[in-house]
Design a protein around this ligand. Structure first.
Ligand SMILES: [Zn+2]
Length: 221
């Protein structure tokens, strides 16, 4: 009896540790080839800091993409080592989500493994190529504060003052910390897609919304 209780306690502790790691660590193990004509087996660890340098800044979109996509990729690769030669992805057009998508999955527009669309539900559609397993990653309702998108769309139109831009940045940072603190299961939903057809529509006229206010002045209040 004592043994059973001990076992139960250790399993519970283990699952708490796994849950904590899952929600807090924006770090992912990936598997790549080991040289220009190489074999699979080059295991690397990707941190949020790596994607931040590629993307240009740390932001709520990048963190949201990382946590949501990591959650989805673990469902496709139960050993939690993500094979970046074996994925294709459709992303919503946000500059943050798209950068994150290509960085974590290895999928690329020019090789027919990545495209952008706003005509589907959620953030991403990801397909594991070898077994065709496909998932749709969706943010659950009422997770992202509506004010961020409301002010965001004003910012895109150039209608936010410098001080309002600072407020928006603060709100996004608060949302980013919320995402980092909480269990992905409570924030994102993964839907299996049984009859998904890969049909890339190669568009190149999406707006890069994260550079529109690059010449805005400082808030002097
Ligand atoms: Zn961003």
């Amino acid at each position: 009896m004592i043994e059973i209780v001990k076992k139960y306690i250790s399993i519970t502790i283990l699952s708490i540790v796994i849950t904590l790691n899952f929600s807090l660590a924006q770090s992912l193990k990936v598997n790549d080839t080991d040289f220009s004509k190489g074999r699979l087996g080059n295991i690397q660890n990707i941190q949020i800091e790596d994607v931040t340098k590629f993307h240009g800044h740390l932001c709520d979109g990048l963190v949201e993409g990382f946590i949501a996509l990591q959650y989805g990729l673990y469902a496709l690769f139960p050993d939690s080592i993500i094979d970046r030669t074996n994925l294709r992805i459709v992303s919503k057009s946000s500059p943050c989500l798209t950068d994150l998508a290509i960085y974590l999955t290895g999928a690329r527009y020019q090789f027919g493994t990545f495209y952008v669309s706003n005509d589907f539900e959620g953030l991403y559609i990801v397909q594991r190529i070898d077994n065709q397993k496909t998932i749709n990653i969706i943010r659950k309702p009422n997770i992202k504060p509506a004010i961020i998108d409301e002010m965001g769309s004003q910012a895109i139109k150039g209608k936010l003052s410098p001080c309002q831009l600072d407020t928006l940045k603060q709100l996004e940072n608060e949302y980013m910390r919320f995402l980092q603190k909480n269990d992905p299961q409570t924030m994102f939903e993964i839907k299996k897609m049984l009859n998904f057809t890969w049909s890339p529509i190669l568009k190149n006229d999406f707006v890069k919304t994260d550079i529109l206010n690059k010449n805005a002045g400082n808030c002097n209040q």
